[in-house]
Design a protein around this ligand. Sequence first.
Ligand code: GDG
Length: 492
Amino acid sequence: MPADRTDSTRYAFVVASNRLPVDRVVEDDGTEGWRHSPGGLVTALEPVMRANDGAWVGWVGQPDVTVEPFDNEGIHIVPVPLSADDVQEYYEGFSNDTLWPLYHDVIEHPSYHRDWWNAYKRVNQRFAEQIAEITEQDGIVWVQDYQLQLVPALLRALRPDLTIGFFNHIPFPPVGIYAQLPWRAQILDGLLGADVIGFQRQDDASDFLRAVRHIKGYTTKGSTVDVPVDDPKAPRSRKGITVRHVEARHFPISIDAESFEEIARRPEVQQRAKEIRDGLGNPKTVLLGVDRLDYTKGIRHRIKAFGELVEDGRLAVEDAALIQVASPSRERVDTYRMLRDEIELSVGRINGDLGVIGHQPISYLHHGYPREEMVALYLAADIMLVTALRDGMNLVAKEYVASRHDNDGVLILSEFAGAADELKQAVIVNPHDIGALKDSIQRAIEMPRRERSTRMRALRKRVKDNDVARWSRSFLEALDRHAPKGAQIDPE
Ligand code: GDG
């Protein structure tokens, strides 16, 4: 910690997310430290954080641990403690077993428990108080994701001087589904405390605006919501009431495309890609899926489609191999445990029924890997399967494209992933339609080199032009337009 850091240190720019961008590590000699976790969000925000001396507020990832603020690789880290009960009720419960399934088209049943809601309110209040305490007068705050939807309004109540942005990384559901939520009005009120609310897709923003009109009865015009306020100095709406203007629109997130390409160009990564293919017995076609093990990702659908192609004899087991990386996720939530069992049962069946010595159809890997290994997998794969049943964006699709500097490889992409709005030269599929999914895989296998290359060039241009730096810049510029004069931040 720098010598001049005190309890009353305040920052002009603050980001808040459920998880901090650092992981706690214990060295061999027992000393504890922190490792920077290199996610996309950190990469996007790092330059902005540095340029503005920003702070990051969030949970350290372990229950019942209180950690004082500290600095890590140029970012001021401000931990918010969560008890074991908070983790169970606010995080695993309300966030991951209520909001997550509800916002992903109720693929699984959302559970509605009043205790979980109370925990969600309590933890959101704690975040709001922490942010209020460390943010400078007229500062700018950017709140991330569905775990913290109440923070904008709670924070505005504590600190009306702040300019507040919120970005939702997951879809926003159609009002017919959203209306199930017993606390639907309170969540909308929470979000409407922000000045700018960002979504992945245009449809998410439209669904949110529709929910605001139907559930709150507020007026919207284009992407602006008139939120009634009790402030005689505020502007008046056409109905003559005093309002605050809230902007809700889409800002599609992206990746640090350049860094993926840089890794993909390293000779040792290319060598590793070759080893991966050799290890599979050099089949004609390598297919790849990379996902957190989550029911939204359509892993079962893709395994079924691939298994049927082999079973039907449309693919010879010696000619094609599917690698499925399913990185462990939310293992304490029941639906995730059941999903893992189902996937492992079907992989086992397919490999048992259709495998031959030396060739098993599916290589299933329940691990997380370093980024270099992920890029080697992207380079090794002729076909990338992104078959999400619903996904805010899906960064894996963009990472595959960014890694393919050889302009080869085919991306099969679900129309229900946000990325489908941008990556139109992918082979777009409805993953629920197993017949169509099988046909798409076959089409990708048979696609001539020229067509693969034309499509991949167009996809790469899109991902390179719209990288994550552009995403954060455009959001922060929108937020800046709501800030009082003199409070502007430097977007880079
Ligand atoms: C949410 C939204 C939205 C996965 N396994 C390993 C690994 N990963 C990395 C991928 C990718 C990231 O995790 C996953 O990002 P996705 O976008 O695919 O999905 P979610 O985790 O569900 O993210 C999503 C995103 O937020 C951003 O707004 O796109 O829609 O659901 O970067 O590469 N990385 C490494 N090893 C692994 O084993 N190194």
